[in-house]
Design a protein around this ligand. Structure first.
Ligand SMILES: [Zn+2]
Ligand SMILES: [Zn+2]
Length: 190
């Protein structure tokens, strides 16, 4: 009978790639580890981006099992290794990096999305010819900035839910946003 080798997940906190039992990272994350851009989360033991003090699960207080590398971790063969710095927290975590946006189409339909690059995302919608949104003339109706992708995803899910259960609320939110833009003198933000 054909015997399969036991496989387990990559040790990077949100990677679900299956890897051979004596490996501790998938090929991609092994590369990041060799380059010194990921190290271990002091709380759960899994690997994380060095720019964060904790993996995002631990950062958001989610319960995760302690992770142990299956066969120990070899020393990193390099002279230079980047270390976590508090400055990154200010520069990265607290910077307004992600945008939640609402588009309105000619037929009155609303679309909620999030992106790290609002400009290219919006110009992408304008250029789409083949998609379901082609020719529907999307106009930007609402923008909100948040500091993390996590927060952007939560807010997007919240707004999508609200759009289904209480669309009137979303329209009020848009009207309020328009009002504020008007006060600031931004008439043509769409
Ligand atoms: Zn991985
Ligand atoms: Zn962790």
């Amino acid at each position: 009978m054909f015997r399969r080798r036991h496989r387990h997940n990559c040790g990077y906190w949100d990677c679900d790639k299956r890897i051979p039992e004596d490996d501790f990272l998938c090929a991609e994350h092994y590369q990041s580890w060799a380059e010194g851009v990921i190290d271990r989360c002091p709380k759960c033991g899994r690997f994380k981006d060095i720019m964060y003090r904790l993996c995002l699960d631990c950062y958001f207080g989610r319960k995760v099992a302690q992770w142990q590398p299956p066969g120990g971790i070899p020393p990193q063969k390099q002279n230079y290794r980047v270390e976590y710095s508090d400055a990154w927290v200010d520069g990265y975590m607290r910077s307004d990096k992600f945008f939640i946006f609402i588009l309105e189409f000619d037929d009155g339909g609303l679309y909620v999305g999030h992106t790290a690059d609002l400009t290219s995302q919006l110009s992408g919608y304008k250029k789409q010819k083949e998609s379901a949104n082609a020719g529907r003339n999307p106009r930007l109706q609402y923008v909100q900035m948040v500091a993390t992708k996590e927060a952007a995803e939560l807010r997007e899910a919240e707004l999508k839910k609200l759009l289904g259960s209480n669309p009137e609320q979303v329209h009020l939110m848009i009207a309020d946003f328009r009002g504020r833009m008007h006060e600031l003198g931004y008439e043509e933000y769409a």
